[in-house]
Design a binder for this molecule. Structure first.
Ligand code: GDP
Length: 536
């Protein structure tokens, strides 16, 4: 045994960190994320939060109703990070916005987790939003567990589903359980690692783990009791055992293998197995990469990174909550922190954690935990906080917008407020703001249409600005960089009408047609064009 390992066993900080499991659920809308979240909370004893998950859900479909969006924003602060204890572990479950128009926010949340639980609706298989989210996880080699939900319905054939996931998502699927029947004849799941089957009974009363379990699957009495679906499942399981590779923990940790479970979240069936697997298989917080060096989670000094900024609900108070993933060490209330970007010091006293439904004052948090720091704009997306060391964590993604508008205001006397509002909304990541090199109207870029509507609404309610959005000729943006600063400068000067600076001053090249981009790329091969900007 190496010294490092024995240190990890004796050092209380290292021990605390090793108990952490920080993850998010990824899925296409309606696959069952909300239901599963509720059940996970229920099983871990944090029952009262379940209500807030529902409340958020209730407003999700009413996205055109502004009161609803505001309400949703309020609720989502409370439920955006849920911490619960399960067994020996402390689980941090990070919520991701359900609506795909806000998916950029989700991508950034995924940078703060150590694992993801992918929920798939067994009737629909792999859906677009799942595919997109999974790509983000794959890019970071995030380990993924798969839960096939809604087995109590008429769904796709499990072998076909397994094949679909492998083909579409490019991962090896290793089933841990296998379904016996589906829909009206869903009888339960066989366990591929033990010679047993857990029987399905509909209903939400049980909290799992107390289902009837049959042992010795070859016993003819079972085949007789359950008939054809049982025989079929046995046959399929043999097939799967022969065809699928054995589970390999290292392959799972590098995002190449995903353990797969079948169940029905609404019936509390199969949920406990996933929770147990999560605790057992998902990794504790690992090392994180900063520009300067690799940082181990159990280093004594605190460091963390802002991955999400959420504005306060009350327009009279311009404060925001910065969500910080603790990357190393321990945060203690009142400790002195340095914002590495600008060297500013802060000593946050009212840091919140998200244990249970209430936002509670946090006294301590360790690597893997998420803390919320209220501030007035000192903290921005991607900021690194340390006890003094100049560390810059990288990798927080911003994606090139897919639609654009120019902003005009009705009352020119409010243009200062407009700029201020857009600067803040841009820093929060609610929208991307582009300031053309040539001057002229500010432009907004979004991934989803709903982002524009939210910005118009918030400009009015929070900044008193009546703005109008007009169509804009641009359809595509690429951030530009060049190893040679002088060349980049010359290129920017040569393209005053097509280059604009974003909210952190990074230059972007905007075009009307993708062919314009290709032509330009050929003309200036030294300039790099990026569809994604990583905060650095
Ligand atoms: P989300 O959009 O991914 O958060 O999905 P929800 O958790 O809201 O679930 C979408 C719908 O599927 C709701 O009507 C749920 O009641 C239903 N649902 C969730 N899990 C199951 C399940 O195991 N079986 C069935 N039949 N319906 C389910």
């Amino acid at each position: 045994m190496t010294t490092e390992t024995s240190d990890a066993l004796t050092d209380p900080l290292a021990r605390e960190i090793r108990r952490r499991r920080t993850f998010a659920i990824i899925s296409h809308p309606d696959a069952g994320k909300t239901t599963l979240t509720e059940k996970l909370l229920l099983f871990s004893g944090a029952i009262q939060i379940a209500g807030s998950v529902k409340a958020r859900k209730a407003s999700r479909h009413a996205t055109s109703d502004w009161m609803e969006i505001e309400k949703q924003r309020g609720i989502s602060v409370a439920s955006s990070v849920m911490q619960m204890e399960y067994g020996d572990c402390v689980i941090n479950l990070l919520d991701t916005p359900g609506h795909q128009d806000f998916s950029e926010d989700t991508y950034r949340v995924l940078t703060a987790v150590d694992a993801a639980l992918m929920v798939i609706d067994a009737a629909n298989g792999v859906e677009p939003q799942t595919r997109r989210l999974l790509q983000v996880c794959r890019a970071r080699n995030t380990p993924i567990l798969t839960f096939i939900n809604k087995m109590d319905r008429e769904v796709k054939d499990p072998l076909a589903l397994m094949d679909e996931i492998e083909q579409e998502l490019g991962m090896t699927v290793v089933p841990f359980t296998w379904p016996v029947g589906m829909g009206k004849v869903f009888r339960g799941v066989m366990d591929l690692r033990a010679d047993q089957m857990r029987l399905f009974a509909p209903g939400e009363d049980r909290v799992g783990g107390d289902e009837e379990t049959l042992h010795g699957l070859q016993d003819p009495a079972h085949a007789e009791r359950f008939g054809a679906p049982f025989e079929q499942a046995l046959g399929e399981m043999e097939l799967v055992r022969d065809a699928a590779p054995a589970f390999d923990h290292a392959e799972f940790l590098s995002g190449r293998q995903t353990p797969m479970f079948f169940g029905s979240a609404i019936n509390n069936f199969g949920v406990r197995e996933v929770l147990d697997a999560l605790v057992e298989l998902a990794p504790p917080p690992g090392a994180r990469t900063a520009i300067e060096r690799t940082v181990e989670p159990d280093e004594a000094k605190f460091s963390g990174v802002v991955f999400k900024v959420q504005a306060n609900m009350d327009p009279a108070h311009r404060d925001r909550i910065a969500f910080v993933r603790v990357s190393s060490g321990k945060f203690t209330r009142g400790m002195r922190l340095k914002v590495v970007r600008n060297g500013k010091e802060m000593r946050p006293q009212t840091v919140v954690s998200f244990l249970s439904q209430r936002r509670e004052l946090v006294d301590e948090a360790v690597a893997g935990d998420i803390i919320g720091i209220p501030n007035h704009g000192v903290l921005q997306l991607g900021d690194t906080l340390t006890e003094g060391e100049a560390l810059h964590y990288t990798g927080l993604p911003f994606f090139a917008p897919e639609s654009f508008r120019t902003v005009e205001i009705k009352d020119p006397l409010r243009s200062k407020q407009l700029r201020q509002g857009l600067q803040q909304l841009g820093e929060e990541g609610a929208i991307q703001v582009f300031n053309p090199v040539s001057g002229g109207s500010l432009m907004l870029g979004a991934i989803g249409q709903l982002q524009f509507e939210v910005v118009l609404h918030r400009l009015k309610s929070e900044y008193g600005v009546d703005a109008r959005l007009d169509p804009c000729r641009f359809t595509l943006a690429r951030w530009i960089t060049c190893a040679d600063e002088a060349k980049l400068k010359r290129f920017i000067e040569s393209e005053p009408l097509r280059i604009a600076y974003d909210v952190v001053g990074a230059p972007a090249f905007l075009v009307q047609y993708s062919s314009d981009l290709r032509v330009t790329q050929e003309r200036v091969p030294d300039i790099q064009f990026h569809a994604m900007r990583e905060h650095s």
